[in-house]
Design a protein around this ligand. Structure first.
Ligand code: SF4
Ligand code: SF4
Length: 458
């Protein structure tokens, strides 16, 4: 046992403040959710407690004079190629607390990223390239079952050709990406409003995640996928019919085989109303759906949801990328799903046991290629669209995923980064310093106003 807590003894970050630059405005004191900074009136000076710092860099971003620099504390442990500082710190923390260490966002460990080992070939003459600055580029994508073939007939009155084949319901995207499922509760309402509004403006979709759809967001229904997870939070007939598509969540890349847990203290009156659970109660979604123990059970749920929505909405099934993912995907396609969503092991989470997040699952790049070729080999690739997520960092990664067989991309972590997240990975504390994954009204409000996402005063 240590005499002091791990953070106190082996802090990860050091705060370097230039007294010459500091104008004593106390912005850093007000902005830090972790109470790192304080003003010492007797000395007319700012003080800091580096042991509390989580490295979010909000103070340095807001300091008007650039007086603050946050540095990694390289001196904490003696260098050891086998026992990294993270390994040692985690072991101390477990010994100190006796608890399971929690983690958030995606797996940060140094595993191979296959996107970085792939290059795209380009065509130039026989299939001339499009100049995106001067020519329109068609990026519109439709997700859902496609027929094996189509029949076109000529309209006897107008003489014009018409499609005779009846198409299954489709999700229309102006760009081949979707804002990933991130629940209301894990994220606050401001973040959900921002994603819903952005989806509407861009002509794409936002996914509710497993926490239901807040009543203020029903008006974005044309741009919403509603999720049905094992906890069935917020699921009602009105909810199922509120969006354009439904997603059954079986698994998640960051924690395959693990359910979810929103602590009771985050279940505010509005979250309780949306999730349809008591205020302050823990929202625990079990690891399995308790009505799905076989592919036949999954088929029953898919068709129950189709029945409840008059067969007008495509149903997606989301799974984590794991071994045998191709066989699982084949079963899902044959069970009647219209879309398969595959979440790779670098996908984000609001909270997960660190040992699971960092050691379970496979990369989305490998899973995607395996699923696409298996469905092609079986002649059923047209029966489902494939959406992938879990570590797409740029349009370059996205294009490589599409080249490997994806129809569209789920964007989770990159969406949060666009909202101002600095990947401090403390979402599970409920004190997101950038106001995204917190339900603390003060923290939630200030960042959205800063970004101009919300009108001042909202
Ligand atoms: S925000 Fe910068 S200038 Fe203001 S008190 Fe803190 S360190 Fe000094
Ligand atoms: S969402 Fe907030 S708490 Fe989570 S990693 Fe980003 S900045 Fe940190």
């Amino acid at each position: 046992m240590l005499y002091k807590s791990v953070n106190e003894s082996f802090n990860e970050f050091i705060i370097d403040r230039s007294d010459a630059k500091c104008i004593r405005c106390k912005v850093c004191v007000r902005q830090c959710a972790y109470e790192v900074h304080s003003y010492v009136a007797a000395d007319d000076a700012l003080a800091e407690d580096s042991t509390l710092c989580i490295g979010c860099r909000r103070c340095s971003a807001f300091c008007p004079t650039g007086a603050i620099t946050i540095k990694s504390n390289e001196e904490t442990f003696k260098r050891n190629e086998s026992w990294s500082g993270a390994h040692i710190r985690n072991l101390y923390a477990q010994a100190d607390t006796g608890g399971i260490l929690l983690a958030a966002m995606g797996n940060p460990a140094k595993y191979p990223i296959y996107w970085d080992h792939m290059l795209l070939d380009a065509s130039q003459v026989t299939n001339p390239s499009i100049d995106p600055l001067r020519e329109p580029m068609e990026l519109r994508t439709y997700l859902g079952k496609k027929p094996h073939s189509i029949e076109v007939v000529r309209n006897e009155k107008t003489g014009k050709p018409e499609l005779k084949t009846q198409l299954a319901p489709q999700l229309k995207l102006e760009y081949p990406f979707i804002f990933s499922a991130m629940s209301y509760g894990a994220l606050n309402l401001n973040a959900h409003k921002a994603m819903a509004a952005a989806a509407e403006e861009l002509g794409t979709l936002y996914n509710t995640g497993e926490g239901g759809l807040h009543k203020d967001l029903y008006r974005y229904g044309k741009n919403v996928i509603v999720q049905v997870a094992s906890g069935r939070f917020g699921v009602s007939e009105a909810y199922l019919n509120a969006g354009v598509g439904i997603e059954i969540k079986i698994g998640q890349g960051a924690k395959p085989g693990i359910g979810g847990h929103l602590p009771g203290e985050k279940v505010s009156p509005e979250i309780s109303e949306t999730r349809m659970i008591p205020i302050g109660s823990d929202a625990i979604s079990p690891a399995p759906h308790h009505d799905i123990y076989s592919i036949e059970d999954l088929r029953q749920l898919i068709f129950a949801l189709k029945e409840a929505t008059n067969y007008e909405k495509p149903v997606s099934v989301k799974i984590a990328a794991v071994h045998h993912v191709a066989a699982i995907a084949s079963g899902i396609a044959r069970a009647g799903a219209d879309i398969i969503t595959i979440d790779g092991f670098r996908g984000g989470t609001g909270a997960a046991p660190q040992v699971i997040r960092d050691n379970v699952g496979i990369p989305m790049e490998l899973a995607l290629a395996a699923v696409d070729s298996r469905l092609r080999d079986e002649g059923i690739r047209n029966q489902v669209s494939i959406v992938v997520g879990g570590g797409v960092r740029s349009s370059g990664d996205a294009i490589k995923a599409i080249a490997l067989g994806a129809d569209a991309i789920n964007l989770g972590t990159s969406t949060l980064l666009a909202l101002g997240c600095t990947l401090c990975q403390r979402c599970y504390t409920g004190k997101c310093p950038w106001g995204i994954t917190t339900n603390n009204p003060y923290l939630a409000k200030q960042e959205m106003n800063l970004l101009g996402v919300m009108p001042a005063g909202e």
